[in-house]
Design a protein around this ligand. Structure first.
Ligand code: OSB
Ligand code: MG
Length: 368
C-alpha cells in the first residue's frame, strides 16, 4: 500500500522563446504548477499542472488550479491509500472537472509508482515504442512570410508534421501558402473551436488542400456540428477540446463527430484517463496522437511516455524543450532528433527535475 506523506506545489514561471498565438490568446511566458508527492518511504514523484493562465482553452486557470489543488486535491491525496495510480485517480475523481489540476497529481502518482517499481513510465502505461514521432504546433504569425519562415526552420530541424493554428481571417490563405511552399510536409490545422457552422465554406476550401486533419473546428460541446461537418468532408475531423473524458469519447464515436482523436494528459485529467481514452479509440479504429499544452519538461516527459502506446500512430505534439524554453525544468532537456524523441529506459519519468533552476523560477509554494 502506498501513502503520500507530503504534497509540495510550486508555481514556476518560464519565458517562451517565441511568442505563441492561438485563435483566443497570445503568450510570452508561461506559469505552470509543479507537483511533488513524497511517499511515506521517502520516494518522490513529480507531475505538472500545465493550465494556461486564462480560461480560454478550458475553464481552468493557473489560479483555479492552485486553489483547487490546495483546498481539495492535496487533502484527498494525503488521506488516500492506494496500490495502483488508478485508485488515486478514482479518489481524485470525486472532484468534478478541474482536469488540468487533477492531471498534475495523477502524473506525479504514476511517476512515483513506476519509479518505485524500477520500471520506465512508458512501459508501466503499456507502451513499448523506443522513440516517438514528433510534430510541431505553430501559432498564428504576424504575416504569411513569418509563418513560412517558422515552417522552414521546423522542417529543417526534422519535425515530421506541422500543425498550423487557424482562426477566422487566418486560414485558407496561410494554409495554402504553406502547402504550396512545402508540398511534401504533412500539415494539419487546429481552430481551437473558433468557427461557427455558417463558416462551412472555409472548411470546404481547406478540404481541397490535402490536410492530415482539421482539429476542433467548432465549440467543444457542439458534437453534432462536428458530426455534420465530418459527413461533408474528405479530410478527417480531429477532436481536442470536445473530449474531456471517456464518456465524451463514447458520445463522439456514436455520433461520428471525428475520425481522429487528440489525447492530452491535462485535458483528460491525467494519464489514467488518457490511457482509457486510448484503449477505447484503439478498439474503435480511431487513430490518436498526443497533444501538448506547452508543458515544461515534467509534463512533456509524461506526454512522451503516453505516446509510446500502440494506438498513437500519428505524430504527437512532443517537440523538444528548445522549441519553447531556453532552459527547461529538467536537468537535461527533452530533445528531438530527426523528428523523433527517444522514450527513456530509466525507471519513472526518465527526466529529473532541476531543483536549483526550479527554485530560481518559483513564484509561490505550498506544502502540506
Ligand atoms: O489546441 O493543441 C492545442 C497550446 C495551448 C492551447 C491549446 C493548444 C496548444 C498547442 C500546443 O497546440 C502544442 C504543444 O504543446 O506543442
Ligand atoms: Mg488543439
Amino acid at each position: 500500500m502506498m501513502r503520500i506523506a507530503k504534497v509540495e506545489l510550486r508555481r514556476v514561471r518560464l519565458p517562451l522563446v517565441h511568442e505563441f498565438q492561438t485563435s483566443s490568446h497570445a503568450k510570452k511566458y508561461l506559469e505552470h504548477i509543479l507537483v511533488a508527492l513524497t511517499s511515506t518511504d521517502g520516494a518522490v514523484g513529480w507531475g505538472e499542472i500545465a493550465s494556461p493562465s486564462g480560461p480560454f482553452y478550458s475553464a481552468e486557470t493557473v489560479e483555479s488550479c492552485w486553489a483547487v489543488s490546495r483546498s481539495f486535491l492535496a487533502p484527498i491525496v494525503l488521506r488516500t491509500e492506494w496500490e495502483h495510480p488508478s485508485e488515486l485517480a478514482a479518489a481524485l475523481g470525486k472532484v468534478r472537472g478541474n482536469h488540468f489540476a487533477r492531471a498534475g497529481f495523477d502524473v506525479a502518482a504514476w511517476a512515483l509508482w513506476s519509479g518505485m517499481r524500477g520500471e520506465p513510465l512508458a512501459s508501466a502505461l503499456g507502451g513499448s515504442r523506443e522513440r516517438v514521432e514528433a510534430g510541431v504546433s505553430l501559432g498564428i504569425e504576424p504575416t504569411i512570410d513569418d509563418l513560412l519562415a517558422q515552417v522552414s526552420s521546423r522542417v529543417a530541424e526534422g519535425y515530421r508534421r506541422v500543425k498550423l493554428k487557424i482562426a477566422p481571417g487566418w486560414d485558407v490563405l496561410p494554409v495554402r501558402a504553406v502547402r504550396s511552399a512545402f508540398p511534401s510536409v504533412p500539415v494539419h490545422v487546429d481552430a481551437n473551436g473558433a468557427y461557427a457552422v455558417s463558416d462551412i465554406s472555409v472548411f470546404q476550401d481547406l478540404d481541397t488542400l490535402g490536410l492530415l486533419m482539421i482539429e476542433q473546428p467548432f465549440a467543444p460541446r457542439d458534437l453534432v456540428a462536428h458530426a455534420t461537418l465530418q459527413e461533408s468532408l474528405e479530410t478527417p475531423v480531429c477532436l481536442d477540446e470536445s473530449v474531456e473524458d471517456v464518456a465524451d469519447l463514447v458520445t463522439a464515436l456514436r455520433l461520428g463527430a471525428g475520425r481522429i482523436l487528440n489525447i492530452k494528459v491535462s485535458r483528460m485529467g491525467g494519464l489514467t484517463h488518457a490511457v482509457r481514452a486510448h484503449d477505447l479509440a484503439r478498439s474503435a479504429g480511431i487513430p490518436v496522437w498526443c497533444g501538448g499544452m506547452h508543458e515544461f519538461g515534467i509534463g512533456r516527459a509524461a506526454n512522451v511516455a503516453l505516446s509510446a502506446l500502440p494506438g498513437f500512430t500519428l505524430p504527437s505534439d512532443v517537440s523538444g524543450s528548445d522549441k519553447y524554453y531556453a532552459r527547461d525544468v529538467t536537468t537535461t532537456p527533452i530533445t528531438c532528433t530527426d523528428g523523433f524523441v527517444d522514450v527513456p529506459s530509466a525507471p519513472g519519468l526518465g527526466w529529473d527535475p532541476d531543483l536549483d533552476f526550479i527554485a530560481a523560477h518559483t513564484t509561490d509554494t505550498f506544502t502540506s
